[in-house]
Ligand binder design. Structure first.
Ligand SMILES: Cc1ncc(COP(=O)(O)O)c(C=O)c1O
Length: 363
């Protein structure tokens, strides 16, 4: 199987690190060993995103980190605070924002241009006296298009320095030099860069107050109760370390794989790449006029190539992508979209092989 669905989940990196089994909250040596492992992972993870260890909150993944960022900020004060986000965010951000709205928070969803990018000034202009948090993703999970999240942060802070700015860097971390930089909150998810599924982190700038949504034993300084996923946390930090150390090689290999793939596929009839704006080096997104992505994905799977349409709901039912709609695509165009995402296991010749399989399936 040629696996080109790294944006959905990456194969785990083959590192072996045993994690102690104790409950880090206990009072004995077994517990201390587990606590030590979690705190060492916290230091390791923090250093890799230019953060302080106590600014790292371990979570169950990107979805929880996004929810904690949005709902935790919107619900931190006496009254629900406003949320400003964009039309192309991951569902975890959009649905958390809509839920905050149902709880009384004002919500503004800023549209994007046909190129899939949001205008930082337009985001800043949506900030008003009620706003608590602005959330703009680093790069989109369907198209790979990179947003100007740092410019958004600067524009928002110039208008209202006390408004929190969150970025979801789940897709970007593996290939971009992601650090906490100007952000107050930043989401990472382990299984997008060679770590395990079900573990992630939220960077929370020192001094930022969040309303927790998991209440219990007060772990993570009260920001996220629940016994630590010690093995997951140790592996998350290790995967971050390996991903950062391997970034340069990664970028070179996937850039070459994608170049070969796109060069060969571009001449096929009806093919249109989504490449008008800066995009993650590992993403290739396209549509094929008159084709059905669902049918093509089944055929590609039969031919040994794992790809994606970029959007599918949990049931596997066909859903028209909100991201592509926001970019002005018709529903028919959106239903013909395909996403090929290269990753750490990809070699340059995978681009040739993928192009040959797609070409064969199309013919
Ligand atoms: C941009 C983005 N944010 C959040 C998530 C959710 O992360 P997780 O699967 O760890 O809950 C994903 C995963 O698809 C993603 O691509």
């Amino acid at each position: 199987m040629l696996y080109l669905d790294h944006a959905a989940t990456t194969p785990p990196r083959p590192f072996v690190r045993t994690a102690p089994f104790g409950n880090p909250s206990g009072m004995h040596a077994v517990a201390r060993a587990a606590k030590h492992a979690v705190e060492a992972a916290r230091e390791q993870a923090a250093a890799l995103i230019d953060a302080e260890p106590l600014e790292v909150v371990f979570t169950s993944g990107g979805t929880e980190s996004d929810n904690l960022a949005i709902l935790g900020s919107a619900m931190a004060g006496d009254q629900p605070g406003g949320v400003v986000t964009t039309a192309i965010e991951h569902e975890a951000v959009l649905e958390a924002s809509r839920f905050a709205h149902r709880l009384g928070a004002p919500l503004t969803v800023v549209p994007v241009g046909r190129d899939g990018r949001v205008d930082p000034e337009r985001v800043a202009a949506a900030v008003d006296d009620d706003t608590s948090i602005v959330s703009v993703m680093w790069a989109n999970n369907e198209t790979g298009i990179v947003q100007r999240a740092e410019e958004v942060a600067a524009a928002v802070k110039a208008r209202r320095p006390d408004v929190l700015v969150h970025t979801d860097a789940a897709q970007a971390f593996v290939s971009e030099d992601v650090t906490s930089g100007p952000f107050d909150l930043l989401t990472l998810s382990g299984h997008k860069f060679g770590g395990p599924q079900g573990v992630g982190l939220l960077y929370v700038r020192d001094g930022v107050r969040l309303q927790p949504h998991l209440h219990g034993g007060g772990q993570e300084l009260g920001r996220r109760s629940g016994t630590h996923n010690v093995a997951g946390i140790v592996a998350l930090a290790e995967a971050m370390e390996v991903a950062v150390a391997d970034r340069e090689r990664f970028r070179a290999d996937v850039a070459e794989a994608r170049r070969r793939f796109e060069t060969a596929v571009r001449s096929l009839p009806g093919v249109k790449f989504t490449d008008g704006a800066p995009r993650l080096v590992q993403h290739s997104h396209l549509r094929i006029e008159g084709a059905s992505s669902q049918v093509l994905l089944i055929r590609l799977d039969e031919a040994g190539l794992a790809a994606s349409s970029g959007s599918a709901c949990q049931s596997g039912a066909v859903d028209v992508s909100h991201v592509l709609r926001a970019m002005g695509w018709t529903d028919e165009q959106a239903r013909s979209a395909l996403r090929f995402t290269f990753g750490w296991t990809s070699r340059p010749e995978d681009g040739d092989n993928a192009a040959a399989i797609l070409s064969e399936v199309l013919s």
